[in-house]
Write a protein that binds this ligand. Structure first.
Ligand code: FE2
Length: 449
């Protein structure tokens, strides 16, 4: 895809009073749209969406009938640990607990500069992948709060191109770690946005319950959101999500609370789950499963069958709960892979759920776009007239094809500014009697309904 020259069909129209657009995206297919539309952009906002817009523009980008969608959101990440794979050693067992221990070995060695350097490199990658909203947990179990200092600076530095939210995360337990509570409050004072926690890692179930109550009260007093690592465990009796739902209702925090992971729900008794899920819906909790990580960290102490540990996505959806997939990790003590690719996350979510209806696969795309924004308390990113001109053009024609192909992000635009461009993936073929060039997305049918 290249800039289209301002050809004879592009001319000034009275509707724009002769004013030039900043950017015009031609022939883009919206996630819900059957036919391509033009998108006019002026002063960072979408000024018109129509089948054909005749106006001059500072730049015209021909989307060529490909998908134009809101940027991706990742509502669950650990930017303080990202790209640290192998520091100071690799996770041999592949378990969550060895990952926490390994991170504990690395923490005293961290410097503000090193954390910033890794985080900024990750942010570059994220932008290239069209990922422009990230909620990262930041470990506060460190009296120097090195990672907090670093990520607060990163947040400032990337503010013009990434919505970066920080969660004060007591990785070693709010009560299990002697200074975590104090440090969590210090981090919030320093400007960290969201209250985090890890009730299943406290010493006892009761301590976990108490931590949920304490953390929700902190959030209520300060008017903040809550995002807890909740029941990231194969233990079917890890039921802190129940307390989180109850505390949310008690304190009037509905809509402002996220339960992340919730993997124990995978192993729970069906009867209990049938009571729990309506309580989650009643509390308007957002649920953030992290498919890549959940299916690789959970079930590690099983023989066969090995549980895969992802929470009950179809059932939560059916109850009306906002479910947004998160990435959690990229090349860190818990996960050796990852590439800031939310389409990979959605693709894995479809497999792990499992859910392969056209409706559910299309929903998976929404779960890594609009649903993530909703979970993070950010404005709806749906592309609409008057809304911010933040969008990505993908080498695919519809959301399902994008997830299936993990489509190349051809153009990434934030408030009318082009942030990143990648050439389409095209194979040059040398086969007898066959086409010379293959666009891997070209032969797929357009999704129906
Ligand atoms: Fe996490």
């Amino acid at each position: 895809m290249t800039d289209a020259a301002l050809g004879p069909s592009v001319r000034r129209e009275a509707g724009y009073g002769g004013a030039m657009l900043d950017l015009l995206v031609r022939a883009g297919r919206l996630p819900s749209g059957k036919t391509p539309v033009d998108i006019a952009i002026k002063n960072g906002r979408i000024s018109e969406i129509s089948p054909r817009i005749d106006a001059t523009a500072g730049r015209v980008i021909d989307a060529g009938g490909r998908l134009v969608a809101p940027p991706f959101a990742d509502p669950h990440f650990h930017m303080d640990a990202t790209l640290s794979l192998g520091l100071p050693r690799l996770n041999r067992s592949g378990t969550l607990l060895e990952g926490i221990a390994l991170w504990g070995e690395l923490k005293p060695l961290l410097t503000v500069e090193a954390v910033m350097e890794r985080a900024l490199r990750y942010c570059d990658l994220a932008v290239s992948q069209g990922l422009l909203a990230i909620r990262t947990h930041v470990d506060v179990c460190d009296d120097k709060l090195t990672a907090v200092q670093a990520l607060l600076q990163v947040k400032k530095q990337v503010a013009s191109y990434i919505d970066l939210q920080l969660v004060a995360f007591p990785q070693d337990g709010l009560f299990r770690d002697p200074t975590a509570h104090t440090n969590l409050l210090r981090a919030l004072e320093m400007g960290v946005d969201v209250v985090g926690g890890i009730p299943h890692f406290e010493r006892t179930m009761q301590a976990g319950t108490d931590s949920v109550r304490t953390l929700c009260e902190i959030a209520e007093k300060r008017g903040l959101q809550v995002d807890l690592h909740c029941d990231e465990s194969d233990d079917p009796f890890s039921r802190h999500i129940e307390t989180l739902a109850a505390e949310t209702v008690r304190l009037g925090l509905q809509g402002r609370v996220v339960g992340s992971h919730c993997t124990s729900m995978h192993s729970m008794d069906n009867y209990y789950a049938s009571k729990l899920i309506p309580l989650i819906a009643e509390a308007q909790l957002h649920i953030v499963p992290n498919p890549l990580i959940n299916i690789t960290l959970q079930g590690r102490s099983d023989t066969y069958p090995k549980r895969r540990g992802m929470t009950r996505v179809p059932e939560l959806r059916a109850a009306g709960v906002n479910v947004a997939f998160g990435q959690d990790c990229t090349m860190d003590p818990w996960y050796p892979l990852g590439s800031a690719d939310m389409l990979e996350v959605a693709n894995m979510g479809i497999h792990a759920a499992p859910m392969t209806s056209r409706e559910a696969m299309s929903w998976a795309f929404t779960s890594v776009t609009a649903n993530g924004y909703l979970a993070m308390g950010l404005p709806d990113p749906t592309l609409r007239v008057g809304g911010p001109a933040s969008m990505i053009i993908l080498q695919a024609r519809d959301p399902i094809e994008a997830v299936r192909m993990r489509a190349t992000r051809l153009t990434v635009i934030r408030e009318g500014r082009v942030l990143a461009e990648t050439a389409p993936r095209l194979a040059q073929l040398s086969l007898p009697g066959r086409p010379k060039e293959l666009d891997p997305a070209d032969y797929a049918p357009i999704a129906e309904g």
